[in-house]
Design a protein around this ligand. Sequence first.
Ligand SMILES: [Zn+2]
Ligand SMILES: [Zn+2]
Length: 290
Amino acid sequence: MIQHPYQNLKDGRWLMGNLHAHTTASDGRRPHQEVLDDYAGRGYGFLMVSDHDILTDDKVYSKLESHGMVLISGNEITAHGPHMLHVGAESRVEPFSGRQEVIDEVQKTGGFVIFNHPNWVSNFNHCPQELLDQSSGYIGLEIYNGVISRLDGSPYATNRWDMLLSKGRKLWGFANDDSHEAEGDVGLGWNMVYVQDETPKGIVDALLNGCFYASSGVEISDITVDDNRIIVQTENASRIVAIRDTGRRVATADTHTIEIEAPVDARYVRFECWGAGEAFAWTQPFFISE
Ligand SMILES: [Zn+2]
Ligand SMILES: [Zn+2]
């Protein structure tokens, strides 16, 4: 049996959004309105401003022009430990050094937590794998964080994700910009969420349920599952790789579509769709059980 988050791709549409953007309220270079103008001008459907330990909610958003984007309340929990995003935050949560304490508090007050840029800094270890292993109640991690492409470490963290998924964890992969500068930081990584309800709650719920894929340039047009067969269709991938537990490749297709028979002994299968340059799309995992 295949358990997956793409059961309900009907009566809605894919919306593009970034959950990680800084403004002059913390260490970003541009005020809120300029950041919103930039993302809206690029066709984003939703955006979350995530300043360091500063909650951006409707009180702030109501004074700004959204240009029709759905604006999500949030915060980047920063001080005293590895960074995490608090998405759909209804109140500011203290950045306790015990990160589990932060997650527990978020679970009580609303929204959800993901871990950010695990492979940042020169030892590629901003967030130790042991912390990801030991923590519970968070729903995913940034498998791509754009700003790290100009800093130490790696913007990618699919290695961390595969290690967790291989242990049976059910976690979603996110792609975000983590934009700070006016030039070069915007439009690097985003999430394509399938929503019927284009409100903050509708988007937060769809993210919680994994009804999205992460992208840095490849567009997925359809995902279908028929018994044990999985078909992923893209607009512009030149290679699609199916990956199972321990990171092993199940199949590779040098075209824009792949169809596989899910291996019955696998714990999960996920798809990486590779495009031109540094464009990717990453599906969420399909969990396989007897
Ligand atoms: Zn950070
Ligand atoms: Zn950040």
